[in-house]
Design a protein around this ligand. Structure first.
Ligand SMILES: Nc1ncnc2c1ncn2[C@@H]1O[C@H](COP(=O)(O)OP(=O)(O)O)[C@@H](O)[C@H]1O
Ligand SMILES: [Mg+2]
Length: 208
């Protein structure tokens, strides 16, 4: 019997360094001999990436919050079925740039949808699957957005106001407090190498 792999997720607002640290986590685990799949949400599958295109399209600003949530969960259902579950069953470790916590933070905290609505969808779609570890990269909104905005064109979320991201950040911090066993909050303000050192310390502690 193959030992089931583990699911590690990275969360945080735009520009905190999720993609950067996602690669670092994967490299670190590979160096330890693990088989690792890196992936992202929304996306990670052909259908999911098409849904991502709709979700991030800055020319579609008027989407209802519930439509946004349902599209996120449609992409997530596909991601779980096609990528996450098969990999974990095969003993691979999955490192995902965002997962269900992002729905609570963005569509709950950011857009104001009821947490019970999100929890109901989580129950249907994730069926109890929780990450083994969630790294919340945390930085003040202005620091993160400065980094994000140095990138190419802003997507539909990046066009939101600082107040939106302040709510998203707070929702993430609330999630971390509510699930202290699963979450580790990492200060994302220092230089990349320092954040990597903090990430490494958490990985060593959680997976000795
Ligand atoms: N700790 C850091 N200090 C300074 N710049 C960073 C740091 N981490 C990432 N960056 C840079 O900030 C930008 C956003 O990082 P990225 O990993 O794409 O963030 P995210 O995926 O969370 O949006 C990139 O240009 C990246 O090189
Ligand atoms: Mg990214």
């Amino acid at each position: 019997m193959t030992l089931r792999g583990k699911l590690i997720t990275l969360e945080g607002i735009e520009g905190v360094g999720k993609s950067t640290q996602c690669e670092f986590v994967a490299q670190t685990l590979r160096a330890l001999g693990k088989r690792v799949v890196t992936t992202r949400e929304p996306g990670g599958t052909t259908l999911g990436e098409a849904i991502r295109g709709l979700l991030l399209d800055p020319k579609l600003p008027a989407m209802a919050a519930l439509s946004e949530l349902l599209l996120m969960f449609a992409a997530r259902a596909e991601h779980l079925a096609q990528v996450i579950e098969p990999a974990l069953s095969a003993g691979e470790w999955v490192v995902s740039d965002r997962f269900t916590d992002a729905s609570y933070a963005y569509q709950g905290g950011g857009r104001g949808l009821a947490l019970s609505t999100i929890a109901a969808l989580e129950g249907i779609v994730a069926q109890g699957l929780q990450p083994d570890l969630t790294l919340l990269l945390d930085a003040p909104v202005r620091v993160a957005l400065r980094r994000a905005r140095a990138r190419a064109q802003a997507d539909r979320f990046e066009l939101e106001r600082a107040q939106f991201f302040a709510r998203v950040r707070q929702a993430y911090l609330d999630l971390a407090q509510a699930h202290p066993g699963r979450f580790r909050v990492i200060d994302a303000v220092p230089a990349v190498a320092q954040v990597q050192a903090a990430v490494l310390q958490v990985l060593r502690q959680r997976f000795p």
